[in-house]
Design a protein around this ligand. Structure first.
Ligand SMILES: [Zn+2]
Length: 800
């Protein structure tokens, strides 16, 4: 247990005013064990849905009551022949496969030496009843001081991590409760967690905190809806709904941000406490509800952070319980350092999505006022409705013309290029100077990564290898500003002609130091590298051509495409997020094809394939880390590259293969239909499958795309395919006999593979052949001897 405890013993200040929440949180944090509640126990068990924990033989000690309830216990198997056992069977093949990748077995059946339990349900009562029922169990006062001394510091550390979440349950409405977190220590697997959280759509989750290259990862072994929820699925509804944001933000000369956020909050059931999320850099100092002071509790949890994408949970306790059916005006005062100085008036915004309080992502109206030092420029989502200067302060008010899910901003000293194109305004800003990291040196290590998606902060920024070789002079990010503006405007025009209007009619593109991009409604953060395209002498070693294409053509088009994918059409959950990235990238590649021809697209696809086939430390291709629907779970300590490589690479290939099956016209019609049918709605992977199947040509093999999704979306594997053929007969009775052989994948792998038969000059037919474990023989009747027979000449299937 010790290693784990050290890991999360990093203490953070808790901002809380005096009152019930603070008292409860302090009690959770300062909790200790109750020496009068220590037992020698045998054969106790705790069963929560799919999870079974057996306290077979050992000692059990409960914590002292917190807010009248006991919320923690420790069991140790520190007796002769002592034992504890945990059993967790994932309900489906995909989750069993995921678990097996970490614990070498599809089901978890693990003996442990110790477990710490945190809970807000009736665990204490259940275990007490079992203790009383068996005369073999007895109080063990002799060991109580030892256990208390050994485990109380650990309990306090864990309590710090969980204090906000536990306090939420302890203060909450009577319906709240039932959180169960078990932190195991086993000799085989080390320390690992299993959590049952009724607030999550997938209530059961098992995993482990791991460190790789000084970075912490939470490796999710498995995650799934609990048994009762699988039988009777109920949508997870948030405690609170937020509408009509009014944010007043002031950026001081030292770049600290102070904001007052007003928002209408509606609750679904009577509740004394409401939970929100905000970036960890932000402190919520004061909250008022309908003008009356409310208590606020904000703590930081490393563990919760790792699974919440860098956000903190915080609680607001109004002076009286909130009732459903009416709006409450919440006023948050929050402050923090989310803007960082990169020198020369170049800034980096770290909390791009969660700099103000939120409760999940939903479309809302915004009214934003920013005050900032007059020598800078501030851009953001929405139209400018006011812009004035008072002394040294510039005041800009923006109001997006439609509901959006996230309001973003960027700060700099910019040169602008503004274009009006087809009713849309495109404003591209460049830093006047080049960030120092990109200035010429003999070789500059360069972190490059692919763009990320709104809502997933901290993702998409992991470095891949590369260097920029010497350039002769200091390039300026403003040199190609007009050309860049032209390109963004063309991409916008191209996409709006295919998918309809973008999220907002006004799009600002602004630079960000680093090698990634992010597309928010009305605002794009674009890597400075995209401002330096066509720079003589600059190239990325290894994949020079595709890096140039990526930063020169793809990145800004990809981020522009997020105006539709992610900001109009949204993903239902983490398992569907890949769709937004795949749709944005396929839109960017369609635009690239129009601008530069299909060879450029093929170079990008080659590059993606190389990434997917690259080998991990364990000698396995990155693709085998897991199916694309695992989303951010793919980013693990075992293979940190997997999320990025699979989301963008496999995602682009999935779209490419669908296009090959449908033909370009049908594929484009499908994209338009998604934009129309799911406008300001969420789409799931299965809804996408059904919609896509509707665009297959008549009499297609695999008419519901079930096999296609099974292999490429829900499965892994990249086959090697070989074609042999012979031709017999003479015109007009020619018979082509072909044999398709597949290798390098699991025996159940099967893909539709195009075979192109050139029957005359400039005329060819495509025969789709379904591959399988053994050689597949097919025949085609032809009127003449074919000029050429080619296996998949146009990137119709992802293969080695
Ligand atoms: Zn993206």
């Amino acid at each position: 247990m010790v290693r784990l405890l050290i890991l999360i013993a990093i203490l953070f200040p808790v901002h809380a005013t005096a009152g019930t929440a603070a008292d409860t949180a302090r009690a959770v944090r300062e909790n200790s064990f109750d020496r009068d509640e220590c037992y020698r126990v045998r054969d106790l068990s705790f069963i929560k849905e799919d999870l079974r924990v057996y306290l077979t033989d050992g000692h059990l000690i409960f914590s002292k009551p917190t807010a009248g309830r006991r919320v923690a216990a420790v069991f140790t198997a520190d007796v002769e022949g002592g034992d504890g056992e945990v059993i967790l069977f994932p309900p489906d093949r995909a989750e069993r496969r995921s678990l097996a990748a970490f614990v070498d077995a599809p089901n978890l059946d693990e003996h442990f030496r110790a477990v710490m339990l945190l809970f807000t349900g009736d665990v204490y009562e259940q275990l007490q009843a079992q203790i009383a029922a068996n005369p073999g169990n007895r109080k063990a006062p002799e060991i109580a001081p030892l256990l208390d001394e050994k485990w109380s510091p650990a309990l306090r550390n864990i309590g710090t991590s969980y204090q906000v979440r536990l306090t939420l349950d302890l203060l909450g409405a009577p319906a709240r409760g039932g959180l169960f977190a078990a932190l195991f220590s086993s000799s085989k697997l080390g320390n690992f967690d299993i959590v049952y959280d009724p607030d999550n759509g997938e209530q059961i989750m098992a995993g482990q905190v791991n460190n790789r290259d000084n970075r912490l990862y939470f490796d999710t072994w498995t995650s799934f809806p609990a048994r009762s929820s699988r039988k009777d699925p109920k949508p997870i509804v948030r405690d609170a709904e937020l509408q009509d944001y009014r944010i007043d933000a002031t950026i001081a000369p030292d770049l600290s941000l102070n904001a007052v956020t007003h928002v209408k909050v509606r609750v679904r059931q009577p509740t004394p406490v409401v939970s929100f999320e905000i970036a960890r850099e932000m402190s919520v100092t004061q909250v008022r509800v309908d003008g009356a002071p409310a208590e606020v509790l904000q703590g930081e949890s490393v563990r919760v952070n790792l699974t919440r994408g860098g956000n903190n949970l915080f609680l607001v306790v109004p002076s009286g319980p909130l009732q459903p059916g009416r709006d409450y005006e919440f006023e948050f005062h929050h402050a923090g350092n989310v803007i960082h100085d990169a020198g020369d008036h170049i800034f980096y915004v770290s909390a791009r999505a969660n700099w103000y309080p939120a409760a999940g992502m939903r479309f809302a109206n915004y009214d934003l006022t920013f005050r900032f030092p007059r020598e800078f420029d501030l851009v953001g989502s929405g139209d400018v409705i006011e812009d004035r200067t008072e002394g040294d302060t510039r005041i800009v008010r923006r109001r997006p013309s439609a509901p959006i899910r996230i309001a973003a901003f960027n700060l700099g000293d910019y040169l602008h290029a503004r274009l009006d194109r087809g009713g849309y305004v495109i404003d591209v800003c460049a830093n006047r100077k080049l960030e120092s990291a990109l200035r010429p040196r003999p070789t500059v290590p360069l972190s490059t990564s692919l763009p990320s998606m709104p809502g997933i902060s901290r993702r998409g920024q992991q470095p891949i290898e590369g260097t920029v070789t010497t350039v002769e002079r200091v390039p300026s990010p403003t040199e190609h500003l007009q050309a860049l503006a032209d390109e963004v405007a063309s991409a916008m025009e191209f996409m709006s002609s295919k998918f309809g209007p973008p999220a907002l009619p006004h799009l600002t593109v602004s630079p960000i130091p680093g090698a990634f991009g992010q597309g928010f409604p009305g605002l794009i953060y674009l890597s400075t590298l995209s401002y330096l395209k066509n720079l003589p002498g600059t190239r990325l070693d290894g994949s020079a051509a595709s890096a140039e294409i990526f930063f020169g053509d793809v990145l800004q088009a990809h981020e522009t495409a997020h105006q539709w994918w992610g900001n109009r059409v949204t993903a239902a959950g983490y398992r569907d997020n890949w769709l937004m990235e795949a749709l944005a990238n396929t839109s960017a590649l369609l635009y690239l094809e129009k601008r530069r021809g299909s060879r450029s697209v093929e170079q990008m696809l080659d590059n993606y394939r190389t990434g997917l086939l690259a080998h991990s430390d364990a000698g396995q291709p990155v693709d085998s880390a897991g199916p694309i629907v695992l989303g951010t779970r793919l980013e693990t300590s075992q293979e940190p590259r997997a999320w990025r490589t699979i989301t963008y690479g496999k995602g682009s290939w999935i779209m490419q293969m669908l296009r090959a099956r449908m033909g370009s016209d049908r594929f484009l019609a499908m994209l338009a239909e998604i934009a129309k049918r799911y406008d300001r709605k969420e789409i799931t992977t299965e809804e996408f499958r059904l919609l896509a199947a509707g665009f297959l040509p008549p009499k297609s093999d695999d008419p519901k795309l079930e096999s296609f999704f099974e292999q490429w979306v829900y499965g892994t594997g990249i086959p090697t395919l070989k074609l042999a053929y012979s031709v017999k007969g003479v015109a007009p009775n020619v018979k082509l006999t072909g044999t398709l052989t597949q290798s390098g994948v699991a025996p159940d792998f099967s893909a539709a593979v195009p075979v192109e038969i050139q029957v005359a000059k400039g005329r060819s037919i495509t025969q789709w052949v379904r591959s399988a474990d053994g050689p597949i023989t097919f025949t085609v009747a032809l009127k003449a001897v074919p000029l050429k027979v080619t296996l998949d000449p146009h990137y119709g299937v992802l293969r080695k």
